[in-house]
Write a protein that binds this ligand. Structure first.
Ligand SMILES: *Cc1c(COP(=O)(O)O)cnc(C)c1O
Length: 354
């Protein structure tokens, strides 16, 4: 090792789902929306391209237009909203801002696998209480002293959502630390913790445009919470890079929030397809956990998940497989269009019966 290499920060990075790109593939492995975003976004991008001066200038570092329209949409003030480059950026800033205690931050053993990456990167102590045998979060595990709590609701990759009563119970038992609820999938049938913001100044709700608003490519995420939390996050953000939200993301984001009918129709469609796919998978011998997300977490009664994952790959159908303890016999299958899901079912039928 060269002398200076001893000073490198050692990190084990997050591994995103693979991004294959060839014709005729069916990509159900990163929980993207199978439908394009609102057509208004494309229009806004064309307009932006006509005003080249807006590209020459720095964007609004406060992301004013977007925070304002989000505030209006959720009935909050702009001081209660933080926006970032996808919710990964928002969560990363939140970890850096709020988790500076000697006490461990708590999140489940099976959850979004970026949480422990940030904890390691920022040298935050953490513990991961185990989900129960049905992959549910045990609330009692969060009744002890801690330096913060992170709950993905619905959880990933399990797809299971808890109700408001559950989240409030965790808040009631944790008045001394920041509780982050990551609602990346909340629009697919779960209930948001947002109404609890009025009662709990230590609650931060994080959402994203990547899944339900069909804009993973634009990288927009946001957090909602008490102005004192948002202010603290902005102080950290402006200490790293003020201009994170680029001009094109800002205009597209506003369009996505404004076209509420399109957004709702998109979510409703995905939920209908989810119910259909779940039934077809059951007929083929798969058990799916109860999903409130845009994906199913499925396990077959006799064929190992890894083998199915590989067989699907051969057929150019990509789903996600995690070679991790407890979940290594499950597939995480993003809900695609009806046609894509029919093709998946046909392929699985061949694999199961072949
Ligand atoms: C997808 C996802 C995110 C991050 O998505 P962004 O594209 O960065 O907004 C955060 N949390 C969970 C649980 C997710 O599944």
């Amino acid at each position: 090792m060269r002398e200076w290499e001893k000073n490198f920060r050692q990190v084990e990075p997050y591994t995103p789902g693979e991004q294959p790109d060839f014709p005729d593939m069916i990509k159900l492995n990163t929980n993207e929306c199978p439908y394009p975003p609102t057509p208004r976004a494309a229009e806004a991008l064309r307009e932006l391209a006509q005003e080249r001066d807006r590209l020459r200038l720095y964007p609004d570092f406060r992301a004013g237009a977007l925070t304002e329209c989000l505030a209006h949409y959720y009935g909050l003030t702009q001081e209660q909203i933080f926006v970032g480059v996808g919710s990964d950026d928002v969560l990363s800033v939140a970890f850096l801002t709020f988790f500076n205690s000697e006490k461990p931050v708590l999140f489940p053993d099976i959850t979004y696998s970026f949480y422990d990456v940030w904890a390691e990167l920022y040298r935050i102590p953490y513990e991961r209480p185990a989900l129960d045998e049905n992959f549910r979060i045990r609330r009692e595990d969060y009744y002890r002293e801690n330096g913060g709590i992170v709950i993905a609701n619905p959880n990933a990759p399990t797809s299971i959502a808890e109700g408001t009563e559950f989240i409030e119970d965790i808040l009631k038992h944790n008045r001394q630390s920041v509780v982050i609820v990551d609602e990346a999938y909340v629009d697919f049938g779960a209930v948001s913790a947002l109404p609890l913001l009025e009662k709990y100044e230590n609650l931060l709700v994080v959402q994203t445009f990547s899944k339900s608003r069909a804009m993973a490519g634009m990288r927009i995420g946001y957090a909602m919470g008490h102005p004192s939390l948002i202010r603290a996050m902005n102080d950290v953000k402006y200490s790293i890079n003020s201009y994170t939200m680029n001009a094109s993301s800002l205009v597209c984001g506003v369009c996505a929030v404004e076209d509420d009918a399109y957004f709702k129709e998109c979510c409703a469609r995905i939920m209908r397809t989810r119910a259909w796919a779940r039934d077809r998978l059951a007929e083929l011998g798969f058990a799916c956990l109860e999903s409130s997300a845009n994906f199913l977490f499925a396990s077959h009664e006799s064929i190992p998940a890894k083998r199915i994952f590989e067989a699907l790959r051969e057929k150019n159908i990509f789903v996600r497989y995690f070679a991790k303890p407890r979940i290594d016999n499950y597939l995480r299958i993003t809900i695609g269009t009806d046609e894509q899901m029919q093709a998946l079912v046909n392929a699985l039928e061949e694999i199961v019966k072949g």
